[in-house]
Design a protein around this ligand. Structure first.
Ligand code: SF4
Ligand code: SF4
Length: 156
């Protein structure tokens, strides 16, 4: 077999192993999240906690806030069960230390969002809500004239 042939078959095997591992990871997440009635919203993501700045002993707010119980307290620090994290951001919003918890998440559109401060999360959420509102208005009033007409009617 030529060098080129060997490279291509080893690449195929590597790709196959990666795809299999990814499928197993997704299946495991579905199995864990289904009993909670929670569906995945983001196609992928990651979460990290800076153990040096975390005020865990006096705080533990993120653990109380997490809707999936992905966070737990053990051996004097906050731990994460990654398979249970849906990257919702509730822990970042409740964290008392900026840049302690960091989340990176990817939407099905390919858009990547990163945040590690409650303020950043709120700005992001505000933008998302704004877009949803605009979309809803467009659905109800496809043309600007429709909206103006309705507005005029309600003033009469
Ligand atoms: S992002 Fe949401 S699901 Fe993940 S650990 Fe934080 S609160 Fe829990
Ligand atoms: S909310 Fe922040 S500071 Fe408090 S325990 Fe969780 S990670 Fe640590």
């Amino acid at each position: 077999m030529s060098d080129k042939g060997e490279k291509s078959s080893s690449l195929d095997i590597f790709q196959l192993l990666t795809e299999t591992a990814e499928e197993e990871r997704k299946k495991r997440r579905e199995e864990l999240l289904a009993p909670l009635g929670i569906k995945e919203f983001f196609v992928e993501g990651s979460i990290t906690i800076n153990k040096r700045t975390c005020q865990g002993v006096e705080c533990k707010l993120c653990i109380e806030t997490c809707p999936t119980n992905a966070l737990y307290w053990r051996a004097g620090e906050v731990g994460i069960t990654e398979e249970l994290c849906i990257y919702c951001g509730a822990c970042v919003l409740s964290c008392i230390v900026d840049d302690c918890m960091k989340i990176v998440r990817k939407r099905s559109t390919g858009e990547v969002e990163r945040f590690s401060k409650p303020r950043d999360f709120m700005v992001l959420q505000h933008g998302i809500n704004g877009m949803k509102r605009c979309q809803r208005v467009e659905d109800v009033f496809p043309k600007a004239e429709d909206y103006l007409e309705r507005h005029r009617e309600s003033k009469q």
